[in-house]
Ligand binder design. Structure first.
Ligand code: SAM
Length: 235
């Protein structure tokens, strides 16, 4: 009987951004469910799976062997993208880590600044800082999807190198390419509005009036997006 693997909504959303027929590298793979699913489904011909720790790699190897995919999925222990064979991979997946850790991993691989690669990033925290990192380094966010799993809402960011320094405003760091008509995206945007309002209160408590005004303005702009309203010329 054929062995089936079902992904949760979070990893399924990551898999959805992987390009058909390309070779992905799953960084911080842990159990390797994502590369296993991608190869088993026939979406990709082969994959790489790495992790900074030995224990997750042992679990990855066990699962890969169970599905009989040891010829198609190569595993290795490495920090970030250090040992990833850049000439052999196309799509880079980094999921289930903090946004700052993902930014640090991207910073360690200048070779990613190439239109050949697609980045599929699923931060567990600080998505705004990750978006800012991408924009500052010439990566364009081409799509973003919010998904709900185990009563938490996550975002998955799909980015590619544009080669240009992108013009972005402060609000787009918080909203990215989230589609506010999607209820999960609206939940994330509203959460971000609450965070910005509490940052504004923190500024007020310190007597930083211009900081307070800045974050209130951002919160209001984002709130209009979350409500499905369009940003107008008055900001
Ligand atoms: C919570 S698990 C996520 C597993 C899987 N990617 C997912 O989304 O379900 C995070 C994994 O990232 C690994 N990790 C953390 N920092 C890393 C780094 N700098 N380089 C490679 N792997 C890392 C951890 O060892 C752990 O196995």
């Amino acid at each position: 009987m054929e062995k089936i693997l079902e992904l949760g909504a979070r990893l399924e959303a990551c898999a959805g951004f992987v390009r058909e027929g390309k070779v992905p590298a799953d960084i911080g793979t842990d159990h390797a469910y994502l590369p296993i699913w991608l190869v088993l489904s026939g979406k990709v011909p082969a994959a790489y799976a790495s992790d900074i720790n030995e224990e997750p790699i042992r679990s990855a190897v066990k699962n890969i062997n169970y599905y009989g995919l040891s010829e198609k999925i190569k595993t290795f222990t490495a920090s970030g993208l250090e040992k990833t064979p850049q000439e052999k991979v196309d799509d880079i997946i980094i999921a289930g880590m903090g946004g700052d850790n993902i930014s640090a991993i991207l910073s360690g691989a200048e070779w990613l600044k190439n239109r050949r690669y697609r980045l599929i990033l699923q931060p567990m925290s600080r998505a705004s800082r990750l978006r800012e990192h991408l924009y500052k380094n010439g990566f364009d966010i081409i799509a973003e999807k919010a998904i709900s799993e185990a009563e938490r809402v996550y975002t998955v960011i799909c980015a590619e190198y544009s080669g240009e320094s992108l013009d972005y405003d402060d609000c787009s760091i918080y909203s990215g390419k989230l589609d506010s008509s999607d209820p999960n995206a609206a939940t994330l945007l509203k959460k971000q509005v609450r965070i910005l309002r509490s940052v504004a209160e923190g500024c007020a408590a310190k007597g930083d009036i211009s900081g307070q005004a800045h974050f209130i303005e951002l919160a209001q702009q984002l709130e209009r997006d979350a409500d499905g309203g369009k940003k107008d010329d008055n900001g």
